[in-house]
Design a binder for this molecule. Structure first.
Ligand code: AMP
Ligand code: ZN
Length: 462
């Protein structure tokens, strides 16, 4: 089986055939860093992290996920907090990194920031002007939508309907109401860069086109994001990139995750129902939040309720419970790959619910008992499958102790460390690892050196 993905542009599932199998490129629209990430923002990060892990099995991948660090929402947040704009973007970029790491999201290969790519954006705007796809007016530069016949293909909207659309801003300097901003003037209190069109800042859409072009090339394999971005953001990215690159295809595949709602309701500031990742991390381990996000197919809407998280935690209890039952599977782990049915489910347009069902089947087979060697093989396969989805990376024992009250005293820590040394001496590495996991769960970090084992509490200097 090979990977197939639902391509929003083609409106069907297609076999994934990259331009160059030795350099697959993927760009995913990252966060606008003006507040803490909410659970909806985590959905594309987790979904495309699974896709990245899957692609890496067969290809060399260059995965870029940007940081939008110049945006009117950031300016507004800085004004409200009475601090410099860069303080807001730095703070919330760090918060994003922290929260995504807690969800087991691996860092992308490239994480470009908009502010570091202003010359690329200006160069692209210059090209669009020369080719007649853009025009300057009153300090703005606008994209001339009528100059690109393919406009509307991704979102399936008719151009006339788009141009007459109610959602677009009507401004006197626009030739057509559907034309969108590539560059806009900045007042002295706002971030701005000198340009041939005066001091200003980029529009949001050109940021992604320029960053994708710089890091991945003119044609990329996969472009992803939430389905709220299909129009206008991705439609506009296609228009800009295609026109600046003389008609070259911008992205071969477009993938969009469905929206996440909370208790059947769209999250919004005005309703006060925005659920932050860090709030959830206070209620459950990051791994449970991750599994909950993957429990629905990525293209389906996901209704987040307290129960979804409770269920995810229970499911992890089941899986880790099976691993804990089997002694010595770790020794099999190195030579064991993920389950074939599990991989097939993921390669079928990231069917994570089906993939999870395979994990539960494996867990059931382990619990059935039978010969120890067979159970060890199953456990190793369960573990390797979980890894492909970014799950089951903890020591089983640590999973069960992590939720319990911790706070080991120094004497207890010393006791556990000697028990671990004894286990190692009798070559019971599973027991030794279990103890290390227990210590880690209690926030105790250990380091083996020539003079024995040293330890410290996490968060304290060494
Ligand atoms: P933003 O920081 O708002 O630009 O969003 C970052 C990413 O999160 C984009 O890919 C959005 O499409 C996605 N996103 C935002 N809200 C949700 C939601 N409620 N459900 C799913 N994806 C979302
Ligand atoms: Zn984008």
């Amino acid at each position: 089986m090979a990977l197939s993905v639902y391509n929003t542009l083609a409106r069907r599932k297609e076999a994934f055939i990259p331009g160059d199998p030795d350099r697959v490129t993927m760009y995913v629209c990252g966060p606008t860093v003006y507040s803490f990430p909410h659970i909806g923002n985590a959905r594309p990060a987790v979904v495309f992290d699974v896709l990245a892990r899957l692609l890496r099995r067969r290809h060399r991948l260059v995965y870029a996920r940007n940081i939008t660090d110049v945006d009117d929402k950031i300016n507004a947040a800085a004004a409200a907090a009475g601090c410099p704009i860069s303080e807001i973007s730095t703070r919330f970029t760090a918060a994003y990194h922290q929260d995504m790491a807690a969800l087991g999201v691996l860092p992308p290969d490239v994480e470009p920031t908009a502010t570091a790519h202003i010359p690329d954006m200006q160069a692209m705007i210059g090209k669009l002007l020369v080719r007649g796809h853009a025009y300057a007016a009153e300090g703005h530069v606008l994209f001339r939508v009528k100059s690109f016949p393919g406009y509307g293909r991704l979102s399936g909207r008719d151009q006339r309907e788009l141009l007459a659309g109610a959602r677009v801003e009507v401004a006197p300097y626009k030739e057509d109401p559907g034309d969108f901003v590539l560059w806009k003037p900045s007042t002295p209190d706002l971030p701005g860069w000198d340009s041939p069109w005066g001091r200003g800042r980029p529009g949001w859409h050109i940021e992604c086109s320029a960053m994708a072009g710089r890091h991945l090339g003119e044609t990329i394999d996969i472009h992803g994001g939430g389905n709220d971005l299909i129009f206008p953001h991705h439609e506009n990215e296609i228009a800009q990139s295609t026109c600046a690159h003389d008609g070259a295809t911008f992205s071969r595949y477009w993938m969009h995750n469905g929206f996440l709602n909370v208790d059947h309701t769209k999250m919004s500031k005005s309703l006060g129902n925005i659920l932050l990742v860090r709030e959830l991390l206070g209620q459950a381990p990051g791994e449970a939040v991750r599994l909950a996000l993957l429990s629905a197919h990525y293209r389906q809407p996901l209704d987040w309720t307290a129960d979804v998280l409770v269920q995810a935690r229970r499911n992890l209890d089941r899986l880790y419970g099976s691993l804990r039952e089997v002694a010595g599977w770790e020794e099999e782990a190195a030579g064991t790959g993920p389950d074939a049915a599990f991989v097939a489910a993921l390669e079928d347009d990231l069917n994570t619910p089906r993939a999870l069902a395979v994990l539960f089947d494996l867990s059931r087979d382990i619990n059935r008992g039978g010969d120890e060697a067979g159970r060890r093989r199953l456990a190793a396969r369960l573990h390797a499958s979980g890894a492909l989805m970014g799950l089951l990376g903890a020591q089983p024992e640590a999973w069960f102790t992590a939720g319990a009250p911790t706070g080991l005293g120094n004497a207890e820590v010393e006791q556990l460390i000697s028990a671990r040394r004894a286990a190692r001496e009798r070559r019971d590495f599973a027991a030794a690892d279990r103890i290390r996991g227990e210590l880690a769960a209690a926030g105790i970090l250990i380091e083996d050196g020539p003079e024995g084992t040293r330890w410290r509490r996490a968060g304290q200097g060494s």
